[in-house]
Design a protein around this ligand. Structure first.
Ligand code: FAD
Length: 573
């Protein structure tokens, strides 16, 4: 192969600059490898840029230092209960065992810095080994100005998550903004971030105070830049160059044309999974195949397509489900384009809201995790149309708590009604007629729910029973922070549809991220991480940070293996 005509020679080629790929590239560079990143889009970040940026890392040091006690062993019990205790491949052991060390590694050697979330319950906290606090961490806010002109290269968050057309806000900011006239501290914080934003807008297209997933990807990108790791934009990976069954290089397609890249250690597939690949959606996802996806549009399953061409396999048989789900409502943006708002934590758990199917019947504890909510939609849909499901509340609820992309303190819903985002009616019957739901069923469901609200016990679905429910409810509301009567019109209804925020099914790999062929043998020189790698969670959703935690930990493991820092490692050679 020596006479191959190579355009670029490097140790490791990483395809995809999301959290998974950038972590692999960064760690490989720290471990002394030459690294090139090729990114299909014109910006880094992928879906990660639009995410909440939370990582589920049991036993992590930021939480331990803040006084939260936990251990990977307790988390193992929880995952055994949630997923089953079969970890023959060793992925779970590797993930839990290395997680805290990976966070220490990044903290010590890079600008990727984290904060403990503190109280942030696991999503099934009634199971053995589940924790209420200390497993979730978030990236520290990041000052986008540090990137200079390359700030433009960070994919922005979804429009619905920004205020005033470009200001990012995290949970603390939202609390501050809502309470800005109630305390001096809240006012000062709110005034500070708004002033910073207005100043930013003199120079930048959006605010540079980055939070959540945007801070995570910006921190990874900044660290890559500091290590002089090149990121080639608008450059998708095209095909592999093989020597027998071993990957020795790849063709990447830059705007200037195709380039042949020789890799001494390997190629890492981190192209974000199959979200926008209709063939894989239909093959792996439940029926009816969800129409909507929250993933970056550039995630078209390229990594899986390429790997399958060299006899790699996917791991769908291992998974409880193919996606990590969220209910989404469909917005119409000011420019007329369609947006998606994920109903993650702000509205469903609050008191005074129910979700119903076409029969007007409740089908779920509305305050369960976004993933569990969508799974319940699918179960309900087997007997009654639940695509969409309808969130029902008083318009006074919308003013108090917000609903989807409608912010709290919104009194006039006419704009949202006119765009079709929300339906409003003076009576439950009027609402039912507008949205095509059985009126008698809806009235009956509301009256039954209102009885539960009075006693504080939801006898049908247990809304408010789980700690997660109460965490996202309204602590000031009694006797149950998640239950209040829906009694006084006007009423509001909003349609929610299933969508995935990440794919669970991916390529079969070993715990070092080496992609396996049909016989279970590693394909030389080929790695996968992020959502290109079949998830260690196997389609279950234990808690906040279920995809980013593994993306970072296995990104690290891939790099350590390629760099020869793990047993049997050293890439393809
Ligand atoms: C609203 C929202 C909130 C979320 N919050 C969380 C959270 O708090 N915690 C959590 O764990 N998860 C969260 N997620 C999910 C999480 O963002 C994704 O699972 C994660 O970003 C996947 O990382 P990745 O690196 O695999 O892929 P991505 O982040 O999607 O990055 C993949 C990159 O690969 C590039 N690419 C695609 N094809 C090619 C190609 N052929 N060549 C080169 N590059 C290519 C893409 O352009 C993209 O930049 C959230 C998702 C959403 C939508």
């Amino acid at each position: 192969m020596a006479d191959q005509d190579w355009d670029i020679e490097t140790d490791l080629l990483v395809a995809g600059a999301g959290p998974g790929g950038m972590t692999a590239a960064l760690v490989a560079a720290i471990e002394g490898l030459d690294v090139v990143v090729c990114e299909k889009a014109s910006q880094v970040g992928g879906t990660g840029a639009t995410s909440a940026g939370t990582l589920w890392i049991p036993g992590n040091r930021p939480s331990r230092d803040a006084g939260f006690k936990d251990s990977p062993d307790e988390a193992a019990k929880y995952l055994d209960a949630l997923i089953g205790d079969d970890d023959a491949s060793g992925h779970r052991k590797a993930y839990l065992g290395d997680g805290p060390g990976v966070i220490d590694y990044l903290t010590e050697k890079t600008d990727v810095q984290f904060l403990p979330c503190g109280l942030h319950p696991d999503y099934r906290n009634n199971m053995p080994g589940a924790a209420s606090a200390g497993r979730a961490i978030i990236p520290q806010n990041f000052d986008g100005r540090l990137l200079g002109g390359d700030f433009e290269r960070v994919r922005p968050p979804i429009a619905e998550f920004m205020l005033m057309g470009g200001m990012m806000v995290g949970k603390v900011d939202i609390i501050g903004l809502l309470g800005r006239y109630k305390s001096f501290g809240a006012f000062r914080h709110s005034a500070g971030i708004v002033l910073r934003y207005l100043t930013d807008r003199l120079r930048f297209k959006r605010g540079t105070r980055l939070v959540m997933g945007n801070a995570l990807v910006a921190r990874l990108f900044y660290s890559l830049k500091n290590r002089n790791v090149p990121v080639m934009f608008d450059t998708p990976i095209g095909e592999f160059i093989m020597d027998g069954d071993t990957v020795i290089g790849a063709v990447i397609n830059s705007k200037e044309g195709a380039r042949r890249v020789r890799v001494r250690k390997g190629v890492v597939l981190a192209t974000g999974g199959f979200a926008h690949n209709p063939k894989y959606r239909e093959a792996f996802m439940p029926s009816p195949t969800p129409h909507y996806s929250m993933a970056a549009k550039s995630n078209t399953g390229d990594g899986i397509v390429l790997a399958e061409a060299v006899k790699a396999g996917t791991d769908s048989e291992r998974h409880q489900g193919a996606g990590f789900w969220s209910p989404v409502s469909v917005t119409t943006r000011e420019d007329g384009s369609e947006g998606l708002f994920p109903h993650l934590a702000m509205d469903r758990a609050k008191p005074g809201l129910i979700a119903v199917n076409e029969l007007g019947r409740r089908f779920v504890n509305e305050a369960v995790s976004y993933h569990d909510f969508v799974e319940a939609m699918y179960r309900s849909h087997e007997t009654a149309d639940t695509m969409p499901a309808w969130l029902i509340c008083e318009t006074a609820f919308v003013t108090k708590y917000g609903l989807g992309a409608i912010h709290p303190q919104t009194k006039n819903l006419s704009k949202h009604e006119a765009s079709g985002y929300v339906a409003v009616g003076e009576t439950l019957e009027a609402i039912a007629e507008k949205i095509g739901v059985d009126a008698a069923g809806l009235r009956d469901s509301v009256e039954r729910h209102n009885g539960f609200a009075r006693t504080g016990t939801d006898e049908d679905f247990g809304k408010g029973d789980l700690e997660l429910n109460r965490f996202n409810g309204d602590a000031s509301h009694t006797p149950n922070p998640c239950l209040a009567p829906i009694a006084n019109g006007p009423f509001a209804a909003m349609a929610v549809w299933p969508a995935e925020i990440g794919c669970s099914v991916g390529l079969s790999t070993n715990p070092d991220g080496q992609v396996l062929n049909g016989e279970g043998t590693p394909i030389g020189g080929l790695y996968a991480c992020g959502n290109d790698m079949g998830s260690v969670m196997a389609g279950a959703y234990p808690g906040p940070g279920t995809t980013l935690g593994p993306a970072i930990v296995f990104g690290w493991r891939v790099a350590m293996h390629a760099a020869g820092r793990s047993p049997g490692g050293g890439g393809r050679s």
